[in-house]
Design a protein around this ligand. Structure first.
Ligand SMILES: NC(=O)c1ccc[n+]([C@@H]2O[C@H](COP(=O)([O-])OP(=O)(O)OC[C@H]3O[C@@H](n4cnc5c(N)ncnc54)[C@H](O)[C@@H]3O)[C@@H](O)[C@H]2O)c1
Length: 348
């Protein structure tokens, strides 16, 4: 059914829809008039997120709790449900853990993609939006990063993204009627404006903003800044932080674009185009909280690069999408979520 603002309405399977980015995207898909089904094995999400999502959307969500690597369950889902398109968020994402457990990362990220794409092919579902990452630009890319730069990786997590991008390009060569979007996210942060859903990392967070959040609520003693001797204005690394709501909107726009593009594979950076330093992010968060937060500068972390930010021009032009939220918006929303949920989602 056509919709004036968002093109064709679709029934969208969201893999990893209980996770951080998936949950925010589910809300925007429904707001755009799409129907949503979630598949998630809750390996990195709490089931209580679903009730929160249902409160926000004011309706029931169809959730299938299983591992996408389970070929029988995945096949049954496609056999019983009409599915017009898939957004594939499911995967493991912790860089450090991927170095310690490479096989688990390759197995989960590649294995879930194989099973999913094979089921799509069997059931004639040919629109796929895939969660890739700026990590595919590797360690030596210049900034701003453009989609036509060569890809590489510095850790197993990054390699899973490079490999899945390649696999999906090969699928599109074999089946040119497919429409595939490779979405390269920069640094997603922030939370839904309600403060009821947000990022809930298990263990000590790997990323800056969740770490600052946990310092602010007293779960961690102080922020550790990994190096202030980079070749950047204040010596700390620059990253392209993007509000998860802007990121979610980028997926809705990409899905719409897949219904009109002639290209089998489209690659889009989702970023703001601005690099923000660790100190600038810390100070923005301090403004949101209304007090100074403790930190210490420690040695550089292996694998960190000085600067990573997008050239988002292609997504801006082709998707009619632009990230609009500021660093202060990101910190205010992240703090609302964290202060209302100091320990993340409840177990039940
Ligand atoms: N958050 C980031 O900084 C970031 C940056 C770039 C790319 N990405 C990618 O975006 C995607 C979503 O990231 P996120 O931050 O929302 O992560 P997340 O861990 O919050 O969400 C991923 C979801 O997938 C589920 N999942 C994992 N393996 C599964 C499997 N085999 N079967 C079914 N469900 C499975 C998890 O339970 C989780 O709910 C991931 O693919 C990630 O690699 C994230």
């Amino acid at each position: 059914m056509p919709d004036a603002a968002y093109g064709v309405r679709m029934r969208v399977l969201v893999s990893g829809g209980a996770g951080f980015i998936g949950s925010h995207t589910v809300i925007q898909l429904i707001a755009a008039g799409h129907d949503v089904l979630i598949v998630d094995n809750f390996a990195n999400a709490k089931p209580t997120v679903i009730g929160r999502l249902e409160s926000i959307i004011g309706g029931h969500l169809q959730v299938h709790a299983f591992d996408l690597r389970d070929a029988d369950q995945t096949e049954r889902l496609f056999a019983h449900e009409r599915i017009d398109a898939v957004i594939h968020f499911a995967g493991h994402k912790a860089v450090g853990q991927s170095i310690k457990q490479p096989l688990a990362y390759y197995e989960n990220n590649l294995g879930s993609t194989f099973v999913l794409v094979a089921a799509m092919a069997r059931h004639g579902v040919s629109k796929l939006v895939f969660s890739s990452s700026a990590t595919v630009y590797g360690a030596n890319a210049t900034v701003p990063m453009k989609e036509d730069f060569p890809t590489s990786a510095t850790n197993p997590y990054g390699w899973t993204k490079v490999m899945i991008e390649q696999i999906l390009c090969d699928v599109a060569v074999a089946q040119p009627s497919w429409r595939i979007a490779l979405m390269r996210y920069f640094n997603p942060v922030g939370a839904h404006a309600s403060g009821t859903i947000g990022e809930d990392p298990s263990g000590v967070p790997n990323n800056l903003l969740p770490y600052i959040c946990q310092v602010a609520v007293g779960r961690l003693e102080k922020l550790r800044i990994f190096g202030d001797d980079y070749d950047t204005p204040d010596g700390t690394p620059l990253r392209d932080y993007i509000h998860v709501e802007d990121l979610a909107a980028g997926h809705v726009a990409a899905l719409a674009r897949l219904t009109s593009t002639d290209r089998a594979v489209s690659t889009w950076n989702l970023g703001t185009g601005t690099g923000t330093s660790v100190f600038n992010m810390l100070h923005a968060f301090e403004r949101a909280v209304g007090r100074e937060l403790p930190y210490e500068v420690v040695g550089r972390r292996t694998g960190d690069i000085a600067a990573s930010y997008a050239d988002p021009g292609r997504a801006n032009a082709e998707l009619g999408w632009t990230a609009t939220r500021t660093i202060d918006d990101m910190c205010v929303d992240a703090w609302r979520w964290q202060s209302q949920n100091p320990n993340g989602y409840p177990d039940a």
